[in-house]
Design a protein around this ligand. Sequence first.
Ligand code: DP6
Length: 386
Amino acid sequence: AAAAPNLALIKYWGKRDSRLVLPLNNSISVTLDDQLMRTVTMATASPEFAEDFVELNGKPVEVTDRMRAVLQSLRQRCQRGQDLASWKVRVATRNSFPTAAGLASSSSGLCAFAVAVARLYGIVGDGGSDSCDADTLRWLSTVARLGSGSACRSLFAGFAEWSAGQRPDGVDSTASQLASAGHWDLRVLVCVVGAGAKSAPSTQAMARTVATSSLLPARLSCLPDRLAAVREAVAGRDFASLAEMSMRDSNCLHAVCADTYPPVHYLTDASRAIIDFVHRLNEASGRVVLGYTADAGPNVCLLAQPADVHLAAGCLQRAFDIGQVVGDLGEAADNSKVPSDWAGDGSGGEGATARHRIESLLICRLGRGRSIFHRRRRPLGLILTD
Ligand code: DP6
């Protein structure tokens, strides 16, 4: 199975139940195209395996309680007999992210994990979006959620919304598709600035926010309006509104992180320089050319319409020291609305001279969500899904 990371435009931050991974708020995301970034996972089962075993990029990793919870839920629904369900599994996962991108994502990882094992157990069929019925997909989303909250959205192509739900058992805390990737051809420019830096893990950081931040209730109370505005922007393909809501929510998330005690810092000077650059470019252009959003790390993702990708990348190249550009830049379009003397200085402050570095600029389309390749049987009763 394969899955791509998703990027939250309205972020999930804070849980009402940590064990069941139930969030305090709804979130909305776009699933990225898996051409540039994806997780590919293969699951096998055998009576000869002594333990459940998981490896990532060729190295064994701890089978976490979260992974065990995913496996347990899937075993209960195994369609291929209780023998298979009782066998131990081996799950091999590979992330194909550009080298040193620092973008390894729990959303694609745990989504691909759940889908690969669901395929092994016959819960979903071969193929892409038609590999299972809508009810099964909703249920599978709750299972992926047990692995990592954001993973429940990566099952879906295009735009997805994860409903927080209200039930204590979490059966209504599931994601669904808001709109397909084809509904609106948006681009995401991932500015990788912090490949090496290790950020505070989101699970622990958001628990600390819930325990200590006095701003979190204010964030939660303004989210219903913001979510409604994003749904409307997606339905009406209103880029200016979508970009503004995404920027405001990203800023709000990082403000709440700063209000956490001790504080959680994800953005670096380079991240803030990119954010300021976007506002300057939009102002100089007299319209919203770009939006931005940043998750639990220093990388900043820019939202753009296809006709603006070339212009945005060109302006970024003038303002930042960019290591590599990966992906489709698109055609040069009319950029006469950006004043020719616009310097777009990426130093992040008046009079500053340092040019911040963007290691990689990855230009992504919106993608198809999870996919299942094919199944083959091998001797010794091994069933492989990859
Ligand atoms: C900032 O899904 O990684 O990316 O559920 O504890 O595994 P756990 O957290 P995770 O958190 C993602 C946080 C975020 C926002 C988002 O993706 O909505």
